[in-house]
Design a protein around this ligand. Structure first.
Ligand SMILES: Cc1cc2nc3c(=O)[nH]c(=O)nc-3n(C[C@H](O)[C@H](O)[C@H](O)COP(=O)(O)O)c2cc1C
Length: 428
C-alpha cells in the first residue's frame, strides 16, 4: 500500500506575533488561575474560534472527551470531569452477560490494581507515554455497572454533557453462534437504565474491540474480525426499536498491516454494516512484552497516533479515488492525543472529536498548570499551549490556509468537514 502522510501540519506555526503573545498571556494566566468557567465562550469571544463539536448523535461544547477506561470507572471521576470542562465521558467497558450472569467474555472481567505510566519511544524515536496494565473490562458486577451508569447519566442530564456507556459483547469464533441471551439481556438492561434517566433521547453506546482480543484465545483472523463488525451491530439492534440505540464501534488495531485497518473502515462504512459511528483506533498490542507475569500487553504513544493517522489518510485517499468522500459516517479519534495540534491532525481526517486516556494520566511535570484536576490541567495545555495548542493551530489554519466562514470565524466543525470540500493531500 502507498505510504500516506502522517502529518499534514508544519513543524512550526508562523502566525501574527500579536496573537501569539495573547495566547502566551492566556497560557500563563490560566496556568496560574485555572481555566475560566465557560472556557469555550471565552475562546469564542476573544479568538473568534468556535469549539462546538459532535459525538455520535450529540452536539458537544468542545471536542475533548474522556475515553473509556480506568479514568471513568467511578462516579467521582465522572463528576470531576463534567465539572472540569470535558466535552463528553465514555464509561468503562462492561462485559455483556445473560440474566443468569453467564458471560462468554468473562475472561475480560480481570481485577488488576497495578497500572504504570511509562515513557515509550516510537519506531521513529519520538518519546511519549504509555500506560501498562494487565486488566481488561469492568471488574465488578453487571448490576454495579447499571447503578454506576444511572448515577453518571443523572449527572450528564443535569450538566448537559454526554456520558456514554461502553460494552464488550460476545465475539464468537468462526462457526460459533452469537449468544442471543447475552445480547438481549445486556442491551435491554442498558437501554432501560438509559431511558429511565434520558427519556426518548437515543442511547449512544460503544462496543469495544480491545487490543487484548489479540492476546486472547478468540480467533482474530481477518475474516473473523470483519464478521464481528457486521454481526455485532445486527445482534445488538435486534433488541431495540429503530433509533433507540446509536451504536459506535471502537475498532481495534489488529496485528495486521495498514491495509487491513483500511478494510475495517471500508466494511463499517459499507451498506452491509449497521454501525452508526466508529472510534479509530484502540491501542496497539505487543504480544511479547511481559508485565506482572503476563505476556502480551496493550500500548500507546507515538506509534499509535502514527499508525492511526496513516490509516485514516489511506482511507480518505481511497474515498477520494472511489468518489465516496461525501458519504456521512461519523468518526471519533483516539490514540495519543496529547496536544491541540494532534487533535487537528485527526480532525483534518474527518474525526469530529477526540477521546483521551493517557494524556489525562501523565506525571505532573507535563502540565504547566498547578491548580485543578489532571483533566483541567490537560485541557489548559490542549487549548492554550503556545507551541502546539488548539487555539494556535486553528489561528494558523485561519490565517495561513484561509479556513473560516464569511465573518472570519473558524469553527472546529470547519476542520473536521474540510476533507469533504478539498482533497487534504493536495491542499496541505
Ligand atoms: C489502562 C487503560 C484501560 C483501558 N480500558 C478501556 C476500556 O475498558 N474500554 C475501551 O474501550 N478502551 C479502553 N482503553 C483504551 C482507551 O480508552 C483509549 O482509547 C486508548 O488508550 C487510546 O487513547 P490514549 O492514547 O489517549 O490512551 C483503556 C486504556 C488504558 C490505558
Amino acid at each position: 500500500m502507498k505510504d500516506y502522510p502522517i502529518y499534514l501540519l508544519p513543524d512550526k506555526f508562523d502566525i501574527d506575533e500579536k496573537i501569539k503573545s495573547e495566547i502566551l498571556k492566556d497560557y500563563k494566566r490560566f496556568g496560574d488561575e485555572g481555566l475560566p468557567d465557560n472556557v469555550e465562550g471565552y475562546i469564542l469571544e476573544k479568538y473568534k474560534i468556535d469549539l462546538t463539536a459532535e459525538y455520535g448523535p450529540f452536539t458537544i461544547k468542545n471536542p475533548f472527551g474522556k475515553s473509556s477506561g480506568q479514568l471513568s470507572c467511578n462516579i467521582n471521576q465522572v463528576k470531576a470531569d463534567l465539572e472540569g470542562g470535558i466535552g463528553f465521558v465514555v464509561l468503562k467497558t462492561v462485559i455483556a452477560q445473560d440474566e443468569s450472569q453467564h458471560s462468554n467474555m468473562a475472561e475480560w472481567t480481570v481485577k488488576a490494581p497495578k497500572m504504570v505510566v511509562e515513557e515509550i519511544f516510537s519506531k521513529k524515536g519520538q518519546k511519549g507515554y504509555t500506560i501498562t496494565w494487565k486488566g481488561r473490562g469492568w471488574d465488578k458486577s453487571f448490576q454495579d455497572y447499571l447503578k454506576f451508569m444511572e448515577e453518571a447519566l443523572s449527572l450528564s442530564k443535569s450538566s448537559n454533557i454526554p456520558v456514554i456507556p461502553s460494552c464488550k459483547y460476545h465475539l464468537p469464533n468462526p462457526g460459533e453462534v452469537y449468544d442471543e441471551k447475552e445480547y438481549r439481556f445486556t442491551t435491554k438492561s442498558l437501554l432501560s437504565v438509559w431511558q429511565r434517566i434520558m427519556g426518548n433521547v437515543p442511547m449512544a453506546l460503544e462496543q469495544d474491540f480491545s487490543p487484548t482480543l489479540s492476546g486472547s484465545d478468540r480467533n482474530t483472523d481477518q475474516q473473523n474480525i470483519i464478521d464481528w463488525l457486521i454481526n455485532v451491530p445486527l445482534n445488538v439492534k435486534k433488541w431495540c426499536r429503530k433509533g433507540e440505540i446509536v451504536l459506535g464501534l471502537k475498532l481495534m488495531n489488529a496485528l495486521y498491516d495498514d491495509e487491513f485497518q483500511v478494510q475495517m473502515l471500508k466494511t463499517i462504512t459499507s451498506a452491509g454494516c449497521d454501525a452508526d459511528y466508529a472510534i479509530t483506533f484502540n491501542r496497539l498490542f505487543d504480544p511479547n512484552k511481559v508485565f506482572e507475569g503476563k505476556k502480551g500487553v496493550a500500548y500507546g504513544g507515538w506509534d499509535l497516533s502514527d499508525r492511526n493517522l496513516r490509516v485514516l489518510s489511506a482511507f480518505r485517499a481511497w474515498q477520494y479515488e472511489s468518489g465516496t468522500v461525501k458519504k456521512d459516517f461519523s468518526l471519533s479519534a483516539t490514540g495519543n492525543i496529547n496536544s491541540g495540534r494532534l487533535m487537528v491532525e485527526y480532525g483534518l481526517r474527518g474525526c469530529c472529536n477526540g477521546q483521551i486516556h493517557t494524556y489525562f494520566q501523565l506525571p505532573q511535570k507535563n502540565y504547566r498548570a498547578r491548580a485543578g484536576t489532571r483533566v483541567q490541567k490537560a485541557l489548559h495545555e490542549l487549548y492554550f499551549n503556545p507551541v502546539n495548542g488548539l487555539i494556535l493551530t486553528m489561528e494558523w489554519l485561519r490565517d495561513k490556509k484561509g479556513i473560516h466562514s464569511e465573518n472570519g470565524l473558524i469553527r472546529w466543525q470547519d476542520i473536521y468537514t474540510f476533507y469533504k470540500k478539498q482533497n487534504i493531500f493536495k491542499f496541505f
